[in-house]
Design a protein around this ligand. Structure first.
Ligand code: FES
Length: 136
């Protein structure tokens, strides 16, 4: 079993309504976060993942947006996730991500909602630590 920290980020500003420069009501991202936290409470995921709300992950035209991240694993960013009907797929994807030592989520193994909504796959920092790669 992996022992590194895993985090599921959920954008809470996605799908928000604005009036006179202020956000009003509950955003779709906040609704998604609440649904994920409730569903995760009754699963093993509760002890494996920190489900964390964050403000904007700069993929605003792809609301709702979530990300899986963990030390030593690629970070995945997914979008275009509807509030209704995405929760189970996101938690299924989180379980898959957690179970894999390298965190890789091949397209064929992902739940349907995470097959088409991928926005980014960012390699882990430590992957390049032992290579003689100059940057900047
Ligand atoms: S508002 Fe959700 S990614 Fe920007």
């Amino acid at each position: 079993m992996p022992n590194q920290k895993h985090t599921l980020f959920v954008c809470t500003t996605c799908g928000g309504k604005w009036q006179d420069g202020k956000r009003v009501g509950e955003s779709k991202g906040e609704q998604l976060l609440q649904q994920l936290q409730e569903l995760a409470q009754n699963s093993e995921l509760h002890n494996q993942f920190c489900i964390q709300g964050v403000e904007c992950m700069s993929a605003c035209s792809h609301s709702c947006v979530i990300a899986f991240t963990a030390e030593g694993k690629s970070t995945y960013l997914f979008g275009d996730l509807p509030v209704d009907g995405s929760t189970s797929a996101i938690l299924e994807g989180a379980n898959l991500y957690y179970a894999k030592a390298d965190g890789l989520l091949p397209w064929s193994e992902r739940p349907e909602a995470l097959k088409k909504g991928i926005l980014a796959k960012i390699p882990p920092l430590n992957k390049w630590a032992n290579l003689n790669v100059s940057c900047c």
